[in-house]
Ligand binder design. Structure first.
Ligand code: ADP
Ligand code: PHD
Length: 564
């Protein structure tokens, strides 16, 4: 028996007989500790319920015919030449591949699952991206003669050459990139200018080098791997340098390229995270800091994969940033909406846009710890049991600008709101949190937009000037947004508890907003008080005895993880 799915014009045949024979084999998920998730993934690996479950993984996949290729099956029950090449995408962040030792461990982790055929997405090694950005800034003012001795350049060279030597792969793998990187910094110092376009090209060296080293290392181990620069294989983006959006054309292009290469010469793809190619200019773009998560979910959607894994240096998505609350605990389950909101409101652990492709194609995302693979991690899916859920996570976004805008009643109510938002639209500024009354609006401006567009005081002054034509405006800087992500159906309970905490601390909440997403309540406070508030809120919601996730306990470790 075989099933055939059609996706992006490619027909995939699934070996149902073979898959059924996997029934007694530990699943990937079990092996790395996803015990309670087995119910959600069992459909794609075995149980004979393949046809319906598998199709459900990707709405774009279309069941074409279930028996038509039956006669083409080989002895194993596999269809020769039409087997679906990849079983998951695994993204490893900078912290997972920061040294030669870490690269060895990640390779070992991948090889723990010989039955899987993953696509690997890698970020730049460790803090390479931040160092490249700093090197670029220094190059602008250091003078051509000093460009070669910029500290960050030498740090990056040392790190990569040391890694190559320790992994015993050939230095030639990245020699050209190191040479070109130095030339580029000299060019920047000559021009005394670093445009967003050049900046993206500059930081692309990080991912281009880490993937080349890792692919060479796998090949040295005898595991056939092929390196890919995302901007060469169909990642098409807008021309918004430093924060580009992925365009729809990416999905079929990437699927076609990875699939056809596999068919002609099977090898594990090692793809650069974070990078794309601008549709109009053809230049290299980046997807915003942390963008490799988005690369991974884009590949997951493009190929209709059953699972997307993002491997980090923490035990999953936590109840709070562990740098603020060291007692933060992993959240076992999240919905796409919760994860997106959490990321959007500042949790560094996931890229804000990364949930979109996964949600659109309904592919589960797992957040795992490459330093602690036995930890169950976080499973992100479309829905979860919210019956007892209260609060999932607390997120802090600092350095926010807030505007209080009070109408001078020159316009009617709807005219007033429309005019205010058209001013922001014209200036291309995103608004984060909004609270309105008939004659006034309080809102916060998205700080990431401010950074990426270098929205300086002058531009803020211009916004105020425009708004002052119709309103009295108060510009309030150094504010923080505390986002309470959870079950907003229980907002009374959340707010009652939260305000008790804030009253005890003597903190005044300057704005409150309950998002239409129904998973987020945002509170605006002064920057100087924010961290103390988050700690106290975390202690009340997550460290007291009455706390429970309300969605089942953290999945217990599977006995199959013992070998890891
Ligand atoms: N709610 C949260 N849950 C987990 N980690 C968080 C959270 N908020 C902030 N973080 C930080 O995010 C880091 C992981 O994200 P990131 O550095 O982008 O990982 P990677 O580089 O491995 O992709 C953690 O080390 C942690 O310090
Ligand atoms: N290297 C890029 C992209 C990325 O996703 O990195 P990480 O996975 O380490 O967050 C950055 O630092 O932003």
């Amino acid at each position: 028996m075989a099933s055939v799915l059609q996706f992006n014009g490619i027909r995939y045949a699934y070996p149902v007989i073979k898959w059924r024979s996997f029934q007694n084999r530990p699943l990937l998920s079990q092996k790395i500790g996803f015990e309670t998730s087995v119910a959600s993934v069992s459909g794609f690996c075995c149980k004979g319920s393949f046809t319906s479950k598998k199709v459900a993984f990707n709405a774009s996949c279309k069941a074409v015919d279930s028996d038509i290729l039956e006669k083409n099956e080989n002895e194993d029950g596999f269809l020769s030449g039409t087997e679906k090449p990849f079983t998951c995408v695994m993204k490893f962040g900078g912290s997972s591949v920061s040294t030669a030792e870490r690269m060895r461990e990640v390779a070992g982790l991948i090889l723990t699952f010989p039955e899987e055929r993953p696509i690997i997405v890698l970020s730049a090694m460790g803090k390479t991206t931040s160092k490249l950005l700093l090197a670029g800034e220094k190059a602008v003012s250091c003078g051509v003669t000093n460009a070669s001795s910029i500290d960050e350049l030498n740090f990056i060279k040392d790190l990569h050459i040391r890694t190559i030597d320790e992994l015993e792969v050939d230095r030639s793998v990245i020699a050209k990139h190191l040479e070109e990187l130095e030339q580029l910094l000299k060019g920047i110092s000559m021009m005394k200018e670093l445009t967003p376009r050049t900046q993206d090209y500059l930081v692309s060296f990080g991912e281009c080098m880490s993937t080349r080293i890792f692919a060479a290392y796998l090949n040295k181990l005898g595991v056939k791997a092929r390196q890919y620069d995302a901007f060469e294989i169909g990642f098409i983006t807008t021309d918004d340098f430093t924060n580009a959006d992925i365009l729809e054309a990416t999905y079929p292009a990437v699927a076609k390229r990875l699939h056809s290469d596999w068919v002609s010469d099977p090898a594990i793809p090692i793809v650069t995270g974070f990078l794309g190619k601008a549709r109009k200019s053809g230049a290299v773009t980046t997807l915003g800091r942390g963008g490799s998560d988005l690369t991974a979910t884009t590949i997951g959607k493009a190929l209709g994969l059953p699972e997307i894994q993002v491997w980090k240096d923490v035990d999953g998505v936590l109840t709070c940033d562990p740098n603020i609350c060291p007692q933060a605990q992993p959240v076992p389950f999240l919905t796409f909406d919760e994860a997106a909101e959490l990321a959007y409101f500042g949790a560094q652990v996931l890229h804000p846009q990364s949930m979109r492709p996964a949600r659109e194609s309904d592919i589960p995302v797992r957040v795992k710890n490459s330093y602690n693979p036995k930890a169950p991690g976080t499973l992100i899916e479309k829905t979860r049991d919210m019956s007892e859920a209260v609060l999932t996570s607390i997120v802090l976004k600092r350095n926010v600008t807030m505007l209080d805008i009070v109408s001078t009643r020159m316009l009617g109510q709807y005219g007033f709101l429309a005019k205010v938002f058209s001013i922001f639209e014209d200036l291309g500024i995103s608004v984060d949190v909004v609270a309105t009354s008939e004659v006034s609006i309080s809102l916060t401006l998205d700080p990431s937009k401010l950074w990426s567009r270098e929205l300086i005081q002058q531009e803020l002054d211009f916004v105020v000037e425009e708004l002052e034509k119709i309103a009295v405006v108060d510009l309030l800087q150094s504010r923080s947004i505390i986002s309470l992500i959870g079950n907003v159906q229980r907002s009374s309970l959340i707010l009652e508890k939260a305000f008790r905490v804030l009253r005890t601390l003597g903190v005044t909440v300057q704005m409150i907003s309950q998002g239409a997403s129904k998973v987020n309540i945002s509170l605006v406070v002064n920057d100087s008080e924010a961290e103390q508030c988050v700690k106290a809120l975390h202690s009340t919601f997550f460290e007291s005895e009455e706390y429970a996730f309300g969605n089942g306990s953290v999945p217990a470790l599977s006995s199959n993880t013992q070998g890891l």
